[in-house]
Design a protein. Structure first.
Length: 204
């Protein structure tokens, strides 16, 4: 009981800090995000309802040992249910240099590697879900996958024990990785929040 009160108080303090800094971060994020949106060839990007931006924090530690998650460009928290979303937009190299051309020739950037998926997917909580065609069309993408990401036992940021990862590919253009961090008992809530992302962004 005491531990729960301490954790609740700690989250309230974190939430207060984020609210205070969100106004300062807003102008930064608007400009910073648009750069990545342009590079990743994203259109119609907007923040979902009830979310406020927080500045992506450089000190975010690894979610789980040996998982090297792409650096997030956008971070936001839902003011009602405290679910946190981070978005990474990864444009593919154009092949201007010899190294880039080698990367494109030897790596399939349009699909996840099975070894990579198996190393970061928490199979106790979910199986790999292939995103249905209607949702993919809404994002003007080619394919997408949804699964639970492994999370450290001592919680991500000391708050979140679970995370769902949505990864969407636009062939030869780029990919978007959206992480949904949530707490115990929020399985149905996070599904509803994921539904909101289908209109959150769209590839050109």
């Amino acid at each position: 009981m005491v531990q729960r009160l301490i954790m609740k108080r700690g989250f309230q303090l974190l939430l207060f800090f984020l609210v205070v800094t969100s106004m300062h971060s807003q102008s930064y994020l608007d400009e910073y995000d648009q750069l990545f949106v342009k590079e990743a060839k994203i259109i119609n990007y907007h923040r979902p309802d009830n979310y406020f931006y927080i500045r992506p924090i450089d000190s975010y530690f690894e979610i789980y040992p040996n998982i090297r998650q792409s650096q997030c460009n956008v971070s936001m928290i839902n003011g009602d249910n405290q679910i946190m979303i981070t978005v990474a937009m990864i444009p593919y190299p154009k092949g201007n240099t010899r190294a880039q051309k080698y990367l494109i020739a030897t790596e399939d950037l349009n699909r996840p590697h099975e070894k990579w998926l198996s190393s970061e997917m928490d199979t106790r909580l979910s199986k790999l879900i292939y995103i249905d065609t209607p949702q993919i069309k809404k994002m003007n993408a080619n394919r997408g996958y949804l699964y639970n990401l492994k999370v450290r036992k001592n919680l991500y940021l000391g708050i979140y024990p679970r995370c769902k990862k949505l990864i969407v590919y636009k062939d030869n253009v780029g990919r978007v990785e959206i992480l949904f961090f949530y707490k115990y008992g929020q399985d149905d809530t996070v599904k509803q929040e994921i539904e909101k992302t289908w209109g959150m962004l769209k590839f050109k």
